[in-house]
Design a protein around this ligand. Sequence first.
Ligand code: SAM
Length: 198
Amino acid sequence: MTSRDSELWDAQAATFDDQPDHGLRDPLVRDAWRSLLISLLPPVPARVADLGCGTGTLPMVLAELGYAVDGVDLSPEMVRRANAKAGSFPDTSFVVGDAGDPELAEAAYDVVLCRHVLWALPDQPTVLARWTRLLAPAGRLVLIEGSWSTGAGLTTSATVALVEDAGLAADPRALDDPAYWGGPISDERYVVVGRRLP
Ligand SMILES: C[S@@+](CC[C@H](N)C(=O)[O-])C[C@H]1O[C@@H](n2cnc3c(N)ncnc32)[C@H](O)[C@@H]1O
């Protein structure tokens, strides 16, 4: 993580929520993500770490559902916007930091959530080992990623392999419903849930 990275993301913060899946301003898109998160997460009460949380849109969906959420992002401007959205929600926090090596308590999270950030982090096996240490004994990783038409990203099989190499059972699900993205997609988008093996 460099100051150049944080400046690049700071510069994107003002328009970040214009993308349908970022701002979730369309009620149909918001409902799709809300339903997805309900289906993937344990019931409340539960504590979620959102790593690379951006402007905090997914955390706000979670806070409305009653989850406690701690967000980390390298961009001070993203974090400022997330804190502004959080307003009076209890038990939400957003801090500037490195998602690849978050300064969060170990064994404290029921869910470690990350959307569209893991693919860009260096040394992903080490990152996943760190994230797994944040999980409470019955906790889970929820990794929303893609292999996009731009050529960037991680394939589903690559993410499954990373999760399995971290010692977790991986459960992938395609996210090809246009409702998540505000329109049809032609690339690979998915979520992988990682749970400790029994
Ligand atoms: C594509 S956006 C995704 C934001 C959010 N997860 C979402 O889905 O709405 C990528 C975010 O990751 C943040 N980011 C990139 N590298 C990071 C790092 N090493 N540590 C923390 N945040 C990072 C950027 O500042 C940006 O907010």
